[in-house]
Design a protein around this ligand. Structure first.
Ligand SMILES: Cc1cc2nc3c(=O)[nH]c(=O)nc-3n(C[C@H](O)[C@H](O)[C@H](O)COP(=O)(O)OP(=O)(O)OC[C@H]3O[C@@H](n4cnc5c(N)ncnc54)[C@H](O)[C@@H]3O)c2cc1C
Length: 111
Protein backbone atom coordinates (compact mmCIF):
# COMPACT_ATOMS: atom_id res chain seq x y z
CA UNK A 1 0.00 0.00 0.00
CA UNK A 2 2.91 2.36 0.71
CA UNK A 3 3.77 3.04 -2.93
CA UNK A 4 0.14 3.51 -3.92
CA UNK A 5 -0.52 5.90 -1.03
CA UNK A 6 2.67 7.85 -1.79
CA UNK A 7 1.66 8.17 -5.46
CA UNK A 8 -1.91 9.24 -4.67
CA UNK A 9 -0.73 11.84 -2.16
CA UNK A 10 1.96 13.02 -4.55
CA UNK A 11 4.73 12.42 -2.03
CA UNK A 12 8.15 11.01 -2.94
CA UNK A 13 8.03 7.39 -1.65
CA UNK A 14 11.73 7.56 -0.80
CA UNK A 15 11.19 10.52 1.50
CA UNK A 16 11.60 9.75 5.21
CA UNK A 17 8.53 10.34 7.39
CA UNK A 18 10.36 12.90 9.54
CA UNK A 19 11.17 14.82 6.35
CA UNK A 20 7.54 15.42 5.34
CA UNK A 21 6.40 19.01 5.28
CA UNK A 22 3.31 20.12 7.19
CA UNK A 23 1.50 20.46 3.87
CA UNK A 24 2.47 16.91 2.83
CA UNK A 25 1.34 15.54 6.19
CA UNK A 26 -1.98 17.31 5.66
CA UNK A 27 -2.37 15.78 2.20
CA UNK A 28 -1.55 12.35 3.58
CA UNK A 29 -4.01 12.77 6.43
CA UNK A 30 -6.85 13.80 4.13
CA UNK A 31 -6.10 10.98 1.70
CA UNK A 32 -6.04 8.30 4.40
CA UNK A 33 -9.29 9.64 5.90
CA UNK A 34 -11.12 9.71 2.59
CA UNK A 35 -9.66 6.91 0.53
CA UNK A 36 -12.18 4.36 -0.74
CA UNK A 37 -10.91 0.93 -1.69
CA UNK A 38 -12.80 -1.56 -3.83
CA UNK A 39 -11.89 -5.24 -3.73
CA UNK A 40 -11.78 -6.48 -7.31
CA UNK A 41 -10.98 -10.13 -6.78
CA UNK A 42 -9.98 -12.74 -4.23
CA UNK A 43 -6.45 -14.16 -3.98
CA UNK A 44 -7.69 -17.74 -4.28
CA UNK A 45 -7.95 -20.79 -2.07
CA UNK A 46 -4.20 -21.24 -1.48
CA UNK A 47 -3.93 -17.80 0.12
CA UNK A 48 -7.33 -17.76 1.81
CA UNK A 49 -7.35 -16.93 5.51
CA UNK A 50 -10.73 -18.55 6.06
CA UNK A 51 -12.47 -21.04 3.82
CA UNK A 52 -15.93 -21.78 5.31
CA UNK A 53 -15.14 -25.49 5.36
CA UNK A 54 -18.44 -26.81 4.10
CA UNK A 55 -20.14 -28.63 6.99
CA UNK A 56 -23.47 -26.87 7.46
CA UNK A 57 -24.20 -25.49 10.93
CA UNK A 58 -27.73 -26.90 10.54
CA UNK A 59 -26.19 -30.37 10.56
CA UNK A 60 -24.38 -29.82 13.87
CA UNK A 61 -25.82 -29.69 17.40
CA UNK A 62 -24.43 -26.33 18.57
CA UNK A 63 -24.54 -27.38 22.25
CA UNK A 64 -22.14 -30.30 21.70
CA UNK A 65 -20.68 -29.82 18.19
CA UNK A 66 -21.92 -33.34 17.48
CA UNK A 67 -23.04 -34.22 13.99
CA UNK A 68 -26.79 -34.60 13.62
CA UNK A 69 -26.14 -37.10 10.85
CA UNK A 70 -23.35 -39.32 12.22
CA UNK A 71 -23.76 -39.77 15.96
CA UNK A 72 -20.12 -40.29 16.97
CA UNK A 73 -18.72 -37.48 14.86
CA UNK A 74 -17.85 -34.01 16.22
CA UNK A 75 -16.82 -30.91 14.34
CA UNK A 76 -14.59 -28.02 15.31
CA UNK A 77 -12.95 -25.06 13.65
CA UNK A 78 -12.77 -24.10 10.05
CA UNK A 79 -14.37 -27.25 8.70
CA UNK A 80 -17.67 -25.72 9.84
CA UNK A 81 -19.31 -23.55 7.24
CA UNK A 82 -18.83 -20.23 8.98
CA UNK A 83 -16.20 -17.53 8.89
CA UNK A 84 -15.69 -14.14 10.41
CA UNK A 85 -13.71 -11.06 9.56
CA UNK A 86 -10.01 -11.47 10.32
CA UNK A 87 -8.92 -10.19 13.68
CA UNK A 88 -9.53 -13.19 15.92
CA UNK A 89 -13.07 -14.36 15.23
CA UNK A 90 -11.94 -17.40 13.25
CA UNK A 91 -9.38 -18.45 15.82
CA UNK A 92 -11.93 -17.96 18.60
CA UNK A 93 -14.35 -20.12 16.64
CA UNK A 94 -11.70 -22.86 16.39
CA UNK A 95 -10.78 -22.72 20.08
CA UNK A 96 -14.36 -22.59 21.35
CA UNK A 97 -15.77 -25.28 19.09
CA UNK A 98 -12.65 -27.40 19.63
CA UNK A 99 -13.04 -27.23 23.39
CA UNK A 100 -16.74 -27.98 23.20
CA UNK A 101 -16.29 -30.82 20.72
CA UNK A 102 -13.56 -32.37 22.88
CA UNK A 103 -15.57 -32.11 26.09
CA UNK A 104 -18.65 -33.51 24.35
CA UNK A 105 -16.72 -36.44 22.89
CA UNK A 106 -15.37 -37.31 26.35
CA UNK A 107 -18.91 -37.06 27.72
CA UNK A 108 -20.13 -39.45 25.01
CA UNK A 109 -17.39 -41.96 25.88
CA UNK A 110 -18.27 -41.83 29.59
CA UNK A 111 -21.96 -42.55 29.02
C1 LIG B 1 -2.36 -16.51 6.65
C2 LIG B 1 -3.52 -16.66 7.61
C3 LIG B 1 -3.77 -15.68 8.53
C4 LIG B 1 -4.84 -15.82 9.43
N1 LIG B 1 -5.08 -14.84 10.33
C5 LIG B 1 -6.09 -14.97 11.19
C6 LIG B 1 -6.33 -13.94 12.16
O1 LIG B 1 -5.65 -12.94 12.24
N2 LIG B 1 -7.37 -14.13 13.01
C7 LIG B 1 -8.18 -15.22 12.96
O2 LIG B 1 -9.10 -15.33 13.76
N3 LIG B 1 -7.97 -16.19 12.06
C8 LIG B 1 -6.94 -16.09 11.18
N4 LIG B 1 -6.73 -17.07 10.27
C9 LIG B 1 -7.65 -18.20 10.24
C10 LIG B 1 -7.31 -19.23 11.32
O3 LIG B 1 -5.91 -19.35 11.42
C11 LIG B 1 -7.94 -20.55 10.92
O4 LIG B 1 -9.35 -20.37 10.81
C12 LIG B 1 -7.66 -21.62 11.96
O5 LIG B 1 -6.30 -21.79 12.20
C13 LIG B 1 -8.26 -22.93 11.51
O6 LIG B 1 -8.03 -23.86 12.54
P1 LIG B 1 -8.50 -25.35 12.37
O7 LIG B 1 -7.93 -26.07 13.55
O8 LIG B 1 -9.96 -25.41 12.14
O9 LIG B 1 -7.83 -25.82 11.02
P2 LIG B 1 -6.29 -25.93 10.68
O10 LIG B 1 -5.48 -24.98 11.50
O11 LIG B 1 -6.22 -25.83 9.19
O12 LIG B 1 -5.92 -27.38 11.18
C14 LIG B 1 -6.26 -28.52 10.43
C15 LIG B 1 -5.16 -29.53 10.67
O13 LIG B 1 -5.55 -30.76 10.11
C16 LIG B 1 -4.46 -31.31 9.45
N5 LIG B 1 -4.98 -32.24 8.46
C17 LIG B 1 -5.59 -31.96 7.27
N6 LIG B 1 -5.94 -33.10 6.66
C18 LIG B 1 -5.59 -34.09 7.47
C19 LIG B 1 -5.70 -35.50 7.39
N7 LIG B 1 -6.27 -36.11 6.34
N8 LIG B 1 -5.21 -36.23 8.42
C20 LIG B 1 -4.64 -35.65 9.50
N9 LIG B 1 -4.51 -34.31 9.63
C21 LIG B 1 -4.99 -33.56 8.63
C22 LIG B 1 -3.74 -30.12 8.84
O14 LIG B 1 -2.40 -30.45 8.55
C23 LIG B 1 -3.86 -29.12 9.97
O15 LIG B 1 -2.80 -29.22 10.91
C24 LIG B 1 -5.66 -16.97 9.37
C25 LIG B 1 -5.39 -17.97 8.45
C26 LIG B 1 -4.33 -17.83 7.57
C27 LIG B 1 -4.04 -18.92 6.58
Amino acid sequence: MVLAIARLSNIDPEKKVNGLTKEERGRLFLLLKKIELTAESLLGFDLAMATSGGVLTAEIDGKTMRSKIISNLFFAGEIIDIDGETGGFNLQNCWSTGYLAGQSAIELLRN
